[in-house]
Design a protein around this ligand. Sequence first.
Ligand code: IMP
Length: 442
Amino acid sequence: MTTGPSRLTPHPPVSMNAAGGRCTVVVGCQWGDEGKGKIVDVLAESADIVARYQGGANAGHTVHVHGDEFILHQIPSGILHPGKRCLLGNGVVLDLPKFFAEYDALVERGIELEGRIGISQRAHLLLPYHRALDHAAEVRAREKIGTTGQGIGPAYVSKSGRRGVRVTDLGNAPRLERLVERAMGDALQELEVGRFAATELEAGVWAALALAGRTLPMATDTGREIVEALAAGRSVLMEGAQGTALDLDHGTYPFVTSSNTTAAAAATGLGIGPTAISAVLGVVKAYTTRVGNGPLPTEFDEEMGERVRELGGEFGATTGRPRRCGWFDAVQARYAARVNGLTGLAVTKLDVLDSLDEIRIATVYRVDGELTTEFPADTWSLSRVEPVLERHPGWRAPTTEAREISDLPVEAYSYLARLQELTGVPIEIVSVGSRREQIIHV
Ligand code: IMP
């Protein structure tokens, strides 16, 4: 027997990203609402593609440009930069009527969208019965999650239960009809609604599906687009929705959303391999907020909560609900740094703390008398932890005009240095206001 050479010549290159295009994931590191929309908007300037990889209309990404406020729910935050391509990956659950309402509202405000949005052929549709199921589950539950009511959980249940309807199905009318009738039959049975409500729900479903003609021209293979762009040396931003502590696997289960929000989900949610990702930028607020139920170890008392909520405008972008507020939780942030494999940190809303006399950071937890630096897997233990708080003097001066790190008061600088030390991740960006230009590149 003759034998060949002892090694295979590596071809094609081991990394799909060998040609050098930069691929950055921007991920929320707390309970969502960290200000990812603004950070993505700022970074989108130098990106070619901006892509969403999970979640749906539960997200509310707020961006301020030239005095105008835009709240984006399903369309990536890069859309406000003319000419950038924006993708919605297979990991997203797409609510078509809401998507097109958002699309049309942007066009009405003068944003040119023609040919700029691609939707994965593999993305699942969120249909009106998912919203009805979400609502019914919350009404029935003894321990409510406090969902956004957008139908997100039931849409992912349909997907993992292999009863989902995908964008690609919109192109095959008989198959679509079969799939939808079966799924709707199951939903109606579960909902136990009367004939009138059932007819109304059915009408809503068919109205959503009638948007097939507008959707199909946008259908694409997001993974192929991204890999080709990277191979051509172009750069891609992957925009996470919600945050690490709301991740289905790594969050405060069951008080979580129904998708993986963490950085690795960018690969599965867009159809690329993890080797294509070059950097993971974690976004944290300079304090902590949470909307919905579940533990929040550093939560303020009522008076302080009210004060910071007003200072930070902490009301949900999707539901308008007041957000619960607390001190920065370094135990939770360190956990997020590990779970996401962060390479850099963006700290947002530093300016919200400008008027405080003293600022605190949770550095460790006390659980049943024992100190721990670990974020517990057991959500009920987490609701009993006592955070050990470190005190820092406030700077009591405006930071909103700072554009260099050296413009910051020394106390603000020290506070950031401590966040960097505690998380073990270099701070790359600090945001000091809602406007695009209120940003410090460190
Ligand atoms: P769902 O994603 O609507 O199922 O809600 C599940 C949990 O995630 C609830 O606590 C929501 O308040 C929370 N949540 C979902 N989306 C967001 C978001 O974009 N920001 C903050 N919290 C969110």
